[in-house]
Ligand binder design. Sequence first.
Ligand SMILES: Cc1ncc(COP(=O)(O)O)c(C=O)c1O
Length: 387
Amino acid sequence: MAIKAAGRGAIPPFYVMDVMLRAGRRQRTHGDVLHLEVGQPSTAAPAKVIAAARAALAGDVLGYTDAYGLMALRERISDHYAAEYGVSADPRRIAVTTGSSGAFILSFLAAFEAGDRVVCATPGYPAYRNILQALGVEVVIVESGPETNYQPTPALLDAVEGSLDGLIVASPSNPAGTMIDGKDLDALADYCRKRGMRLISDEIYHGITYAAPAETALSYDETCIVVNSFSKYFSMTGWRLGWMVVPEDLLRSVECLAQNLFISPPTLSQLACVAAFDSRDELDANVARYAENRKLLLRELPKAGFDKLASADGAFYIYADVSGMTTGMTTDSLALCGQILDQTGVAITPGVDFDPRRGNRFVRFSFSGSTEDMAQAAERLIAWRKS
Ligand SMILES: Cc1ncc(COP(=O)(O)O)c(C=O)c1O
């Protein structure tokens, strides 16, 4: 008799992995790949964090911690909210998690029942949709475009039929790098509160902004769940540490879920991360490089025909509408990315991961690499466009 397999894993793959595979092949045959497809910093963790990790390895047994994490780290995170945003986040409400990815699993399990209806805006980070789907939550897609700065608005939510149970927002966002200002965040929080919808705010790209600093949803709503991570601004993707600010009504359920699902977040990373908040100079130097890369690409990409670009006010991404690009090019962005990789060695990401319906018209450039790589990539793309 056939053994049953659950349908939960039948969620979409990450197409960017295919691009990375192709980029790896190209590197082996040509040795010339410029990586503008990767969604992570190209730098190491801050020196103080690495030193703290070495000391912990030498002197600590590295056992489990509380499910919510080490109090010393939770206090540092709480101080960060006071210093950065002028908002109070009691350490009791801070749960350290296995990356923001761990925080999403805990948030979605604690906030939503199977069959609930939760809004995810597209273009957006695909894991929100895919984790919700795996948990049996109905994903309601709201399509946003340049008219709303690629972000959801109360008007877009109003156009959705039927009742809603939650909304996921990200500011700055991936892939568009666009932000929601305080007034609009307040309006979205208010919209959710009045309708009994749980707001989940992904703030993983906070600290990487180019005009105004990012606003936390915590300033506007005590009932929302705020998710953040050491992966991006803190340059620590592989350390797998993030955090969430948990609303009072979910404190115990998140704790029980965390105990059973993870026991505790990685202890070595927690001990090291206590030093992360003392590393601002090093981390801000990374942001200064991203800012330079951004300026360069926003200036040069239009010369290569990529002239419909999202505002890229934060994160390290530029999202380009390639539907108007003609001359033998296609509106199949997966094929376009393959063609660009084969002909130039520049690896970029097709929009299909971020927007199931319209992503075939978009590509994403990541500028987290070196400025030299960005300049070379722009040169090659301009030459390719002319050829
Ligand atoms: C918007 C967004 N949220 C969350 C994540 C997950 O990050 P992590 O689990 O490393 O914290 C990513 C990773 O690229 C992302 O772009």
